[in-house]
Design a protein around this ligand. Sequence first.
Ligand SMILES: NC(=O)c1ccc[n+]([C@@H]2O[C@H](COP(=O)([O-])OP(=O)(O)OC[C@H]3O[C@@H](n4cnc5c(N)ncnc54)[C@H](O)[C@@H]3O)[C@@H](O)[C@H]2O)c1
Length: 316
Amino acid sequence: MAKEVNIRKVAVVGCGFVGSTSAYTLMQSSLFSEMVLIDADKARAEGEALDIKHGLPFAKPMNIYAGDYSDIADAAIIVITAGAAQKPGETRLDLVKKNSAIMKSIIGEIKKQDCQGILLVVSNPVDVLTNVALKASGFPENRVIGSGTVLDSARLKYRLGEHLSVDSRSVHAFIVGEHGDSEIAVWSSANVSGIAVDDFCEMRGHINHDKNMRAIAEQVKNSAYEIIEKKKATYYGIGMAVKRICEAIVRDEKSILPVSSMIHGIYGIDDVVLSMPAIVGKDGVETLVPISMSSDEVEKLKDSAKTLKEVLEQTK
Ligand SMILES: NC(=O)c1ccc[n+]([C@@H]2O[C@H](COP(=O)([O-])OP(=O)(O)OC[C@H]3O[C@@H](n4cnc5c(N)ncnc54)[C@H](O)[C@@H]3O)[C@@H](O)[C@H]2O)c1
C-alpha cells in the first residue's frame, strides 16, 4: 500500500550546483521538517547534507540527510535536478539525449516506491524532461510539473523593474512556452500593478518601447548563456524559483506561476509539455490560466510547441 504523504517532507534528487542550492533555499524556507538528498555520487549528497545542516542553528529544526530512493516514498515533493548541465555554447536542447536517459532511470527508481507526492522537474531541457517524467511515471498530469519559465519570468520582472525603476514584485509579466530559445515574452498582458507596461514606460520617460522590450526579452533569453559563460553554471535564481514553487504547493497557495505542465487544447496546442501560467496548490497544477495573447505571440507559442514536440521525438 502507498505510504501517506508527509507534507513536511521534500526530496532532492541530484545534488550538484542546482540541487544543493535548492536544498539550501529550502532549508531556509521553514517549509519542511525533513529533507532527503540523493545523488549518484553518494559522498556528494552526504557532504551537502552535512554542510547545509550546519546552518540549522540559525534557521528552524529540520532533519536533513543523504539517503536513497526508499526514503522518498512519503515525500510531498520530489525535486529532480540530476543530470548533466549546459556547457558553454551548448543549448538546453543539446542536453536532451543524455538527460532523458538519466531521467528515465530516476523515474524507474521513484516508481518502485509507489509515491503519491509531486514530481518537480528542474533538469534541462526541462519541458522535454517533464514530458519524459510524466510518461515514464504514469503519475496524473497535475502531479508532474517542471520549473518551466518561472525563472525566466523572474528574470523578466527583475529586468523590467530595473528598467522602470520600480519594485520587480509590482511587475506582472510572463514568459511562456519553452524554457529556452523559443520562449515568448507576453508583452500584450504585461503590466505594472494594472498599468499597461507601455503606459508605465511613458510615465517613466522611456520611449522606443518596441526596441527596449525586444532588447530586454533577448537579455532574459540569453541570461543563462551569459552566466554560464562567466561562472560555468546558474543556480541561485533557480534555487529561489524552486523554493517559490514548493511554497505554493505546501501552503496550497493557488498562486499563478508559469510552471511547465501537460497542455491540452490551449490555442490549439495539444499533448506537449510547456509553460503557461497555472494555478499551483497542494495537488500541483490545479488548472491553466490561458492569459490573453496577441496573434503574433500565439503564433510564436505554437512554434515553441512544435520545436518541443520535435525534440521530444529525439528522446524516443
Ligand atoms: N530549469 C532551470 O531553470 C534550470 C536552471 C539551471 C540549471 N538547470 C539544470 O539543472 C541540471 C543540474 O545542473 P547543475 O548545474 O546542478 O549540474 P551538476 O553537474 O552540478 O549536478 C548534477 C548532479 O546530478 C547528479 N546525477 C547525475 N546522474 C544522476 C542520477 N542518475 N541519479 C542521481 N544523481 C545524478 C550528479 O552526480 C551531479 O551531482 C542541469 O540539467 C541544468 O541544465 C535547470
